[in-house]
Design a protein around this ligand. Sequence first.
Ligand SMILES: Cc1cc2nc3c(=O)[nH]c(=O)nc-3n(C[C@H](O)[C@H](O)[C@H](O)COP(=O)(O)OP(=O)(O)OC[C@H]3O[C@@H](n4cnc5c(N)ncnc54)[C@H](O)[C@@H]3O)c2cc1C
Length: 381
Amino acid sequence: MLQFDRVSLNDESQVLRQQVRDFIAENKAHLPRPNSDFVTGHDAEFSQKLGEQGWIGMTWPEAYGGSDKSNFERLVVTEELLAAGAPVSAHWIADRQSGPVLLRFGTEAQRQKYLPEIARGESYFSIGMSEPDTGSDLASVRTTATAEGDAYRINGTKIWTTDAHRNHYIICLVRTEAPSENRHAGFSQIIVDLKNDGAKVRPIRNMAGGEDFNEVVFDNVLVPKDRIVGEAGNGWQQVTSELAYERSGPERFLSSFRVFVELVRVCGDSPTPHQAAAIGRIASHFMTLRRMSLSVAGMLESGKDVSVEAALVKELGNNFEKVLPEIARLVVPDLSAVDPAKQRLFRETFEETLMLSPSFTLRGGTREIMRGVIARGLGLR
Ligand SMILES: Cc1cc2nc3c(=O)[nH]c(=O)nc-3n(C[C@H](O)[C@H](O)[C@H](O)COP(=O)(O)OP(=O)(O)OC[C@H]3O[C@@H](n4cnc5c(N)ncnc54)[C@H](O)[C@@H]3O)c2cc1C
């Protein structure tokens, strides 16, 4: 059954929101081309500054470099950074996903080694799930890690791996045992050092001209045995719980937010009725999605299973962020009559977001897969 608890942010969160806004205003030099898509800005210096504020690994225990804060506080920081179009890509996956996986399933030695450097904004991770013949059906992953003395020998190819050419580590889903009748058995997660272990990383150019994702080839790559995350053979359970972190955040509906901001600016103080209706409609969608996302954060905070609700936020949110540039295109005024600075900001964010938008409903699980998860959660299949 679907359940969205009524949740409101407390006063401390509002204070934090202002602190994040002040921080962004002081660091404007890091936002030369603001873009709300979380993969578009890889800026190590900015990530380290966020680390100094305690805004990476916020919910983790202080013993591992975290700040022991709530999911609400993390949500406030996340939505302010995305809404401003700040460059968050460097630490994004480590903060959202890899760190929580290591915290929950990793060995004590792994937690002590990796979490503090992630929280300082110095160590960046990629996700190695998809392969050339495996995306939605993750259980068909074919990359192998074969035990050999004190090491694992890895062979196979991962693809669409966001920021592998810039990041330090990748956590790969691999087969450590031969396939059996149980499709979900025999998987493990393993950490590979992208700078030092010998994996070959080849960037793939996207439609917007950027090189954000990659093919990563493992040709007899040897890594020490202690790189298995937690226990060998537990990979399927770990990877499916990781997907809940990947699907529930405001990055699943805010990717086009800057287009909205710049649209409002170029429409000016006296929008036409057509423009006003479009702006009002977009704003009401944002408000609804935001309340749903906040509710998911609240339910996560109280330890509830939110996988179906998170899938619903992602499905509705991705659809909306994908269609937003199309709505903007229909109502945008004649830009030649608009102030040149406003015109440039609108053009830059609009053109880049429009070209990136087809990927919004693919990454992190496609629409069809999300709809399947929701249907199963509602007992419809
Ligand atoms: C920008 C971007 C960044 C990405 N970053 C990463 C990353 O960092 N790490 C990583 O591991 N992966 C990453 N991915 C890969 C992404 O997770 C996959 O593209 C996605 O899961 C879909 O897999 P696929 O491309 O193999 O398509 P397929 O699984 O082959 O699907 C093709 C089509 O068939 C549909 N389909 C498949 N199965 C079903 C089904 N059972 N029922 C109904 N319809 C179905 C799909 O919805 C889709 O429309 C990224 C992708 C993009 C676009």
